[in-house]
Design a protein around this ligand. Structure first.
Ligand code: UT7
Length: 332
C-alpha cells in the first residue's frame, strides 16, 4: 500500500418497519422464544412487506440517510458498490439502479456477491480503488432482502434472517486512518451446506423447482455453525498477530451477526471483553450483507477517531475473513 489509506467518513442505514418478533414466529412454525433467544440471541427481525420493492429499495433508503447526514453531493460519488446476496434481478445490476436513483449520475457501479461475506469483501474492494489514488469517493452499500428467499415454514432458516441495509462512504486519508490489513478466505467445498439451489444457471426455474421449493435458502445449520466458529476465530486471531496487536490494542470487534454464540466464540478466542464487541443481532437477526454497516451505524456515537476495529465475517460459499480498520472520526 502507498501513502493513501481508505477511511470510512460517513454511514447510513435503513430497516423496514414491519417487525417479525419471536412471538409472531411461534404462530407460524413449531418454535418458541426461549429456544430462539438461547440458541441465536435473536428477538426480532425486520421484513420488507411493500409489494414490488426489492433490495434496491433498502439500499436507496440507506444511501438517502447517509447523504442527508453527510451533506454529500451525490454527483461527487465516483463508484457505487452494492454488496448483496439478494439482487433485485438476476441479469440487471442492482447497483446501477441504486446509483441512478440517488443521483450518483457521474458514478459507475457494480454488484458484489459473496453471501454473508459480501460487505467485508466490498470493504476490501472499495479500499483498493481509493488506495490507487484514482478515486476519491466510493459508496459501499450492504443490502439484503432475505425474506425474498425464506421459506416461512422452515424453522431452520426463518427464525434467523431479516431484511435491512447499511451504507458507508470511503474517502482517501493522509493520517494513516482507515483500512490497514485484511485476511480473506474461501472454500468452495462448503457450498452444499448453505445455498439456494434453483433459479441460477445450474438449475434454472421450472414448475418443478418451484413445486419442490428449491428457490428458498436451505442450510445445514450445525455444519455451518461449526465452520463459522473455527474460521472466524482463526482469521481474527491471525489479523491480530500479523499486525502485532494485543487484545488491549483492539477497541472494537465488529462481527457478522449470524448467531450470538458464533460472535461470543470469536470474541473469546481473541480474549476480548464483551464491552468491546458490537452486537445488534437481537433487533435485526442476520441481515447477510447489511450486518457490518448496521453495526457501524448503531455504534457510531461510541466510536472515536483512531479506534482499532476488527471486522470478521463468515458465510455461504464458504467465504470468510477479517479486516483491520482504524476509525477516522469522532461524531460530535
Ligand atoms: O450467516 C452465515 C451463515 N449462517 C450461520 O452462521 C448459521 C449457523 N448455524 C446456526 O446458527 C445454528 O446451527 C442454528 C441456529 C441454525 C440452529 O441451532 P443449533 O443449536 O445448531 O440447533 P440444531 O440444528 O443442532 O438443533 C437442535 C435441536 C433439534 O432438536 P433435537 O434433534 O435435539 O430434538 C432441532 O430439531 O433444536 C431443534 N430445533 C428447533 N427447535 C425450536 C431446530 N430449530 C429449531 C427452532 N425452534 N427454530
Amino acid at each position: 500500500m502507498g501513502n493513501i489509506t481508505a477511511a470510512i467518513t460517513a454511514v447510513g442505514k435503513y430497516l423496514p418497519e414491519f417487525v417479525l418478533s419471536n412471538q409472531l414466529l411461534e404462530t407460524m412454525v413449531e418454535t418458541n422464544d426461549e429456544w430462539i433467544v438461547s440458541r441465536t440471541g435473536i428477538r426480532e427481525r425486520r421484513i420488507l412487506k411493500e409489494p414490488e420493492k426489492g433490495t434496491s429499495f433498502l439500499a436507496i433508503e440507506a444511501c438517502k440517510d447517509l447523504l442527508s447526514k453527510s451533506q454529500l453531493d451525490p454527483k461527487e460519488i465516483e463508484l457505487v458498490i452494492v454488496a448483496t446476496a439478494t439482487p433485485d434481478m438476476q441479469a440487471a445490476s442492482t447497483a446501477a439502479f441504486v446509483a441512478s436513483q440517488i443521483g450518483a449520475t457521474e458514478a459507475f457501479s457494480f454488484d458484489l456477491e459473496s453471501a454473508c461475506s459480501s460487505f467485508l469483501y466490498g470493504m476490501s474492494t472499495a479500499a483498493r480503488y481509493i488506495e490507487s489514488g484514482k478515486y476519491k469517493k466510493v459508496l459501499l452499500i450492504g443490502a439484503d432482502m432475505n425474506s425474498s428467499m425464506i421459506d416461512y415454514t422452515d424453522r431452520a432458516t426463518c427464525i434467523i434472517f431479516g431484511d435491512g441495509a447499511g451504507a458507508v462512504l470511503f474517502e482517501p486519508n493522509d493520517e494513516g486512518l482507515g483500512v490497514q490489513d485484511e485476511y480473506l478466505r474461501t472454500d468452495g467445498q462448503g457450498r452444499e451446506y448453505l445455498k439456494v439451489a434453483a433459479g441460477g444457471s445450474m438449475l434454472p426455474a421450472t414448475a418443478e423447482t418451484v413445486e419442490k421449493k428449491q428457490h428458498f435458502v436451505r442450510q445445514e445449520g450445525r455444519t455451518v455453525f461449526k465452520y463459522a466458529v473455527s474460521n472466524m476465530a482463526d482469521v481474527s486471531e491471525k489479523i491480530l498477530e500479523r499486525n502485532n496487536l494485543t487484545k488491549d490494542d483492539v477497541n472494537w470487534l465488529a462481527p457478522h451477526q449470524a448467531n450470538l454464540r458464533i460472535i461470543e466464540a470469536t470474541a473469546n478466542r481473541m480474549g476480548l471483553d464483551a464491552t468491546k464487541v458490537m452486537v445488534n443481532i437481537e433487533k435485526y437477526g442476520n441481515t447477510t450483507s447489511a450486518t457490518l454497516p448496521l453495526l457501524l451505524c448503531d455504534y457510531e456515537d461510541q466510536l472515536r477517531k483512531g479506534d482499532n476495529i476488527i471486522f470478521a465475517a463468515f458465510g455461504g460459499g464458504f467465504s470468510w475473513g477479517a479486516l483491520y480498520l482504524k476509525w477516522a472520526y469522532t461524531k460530535n
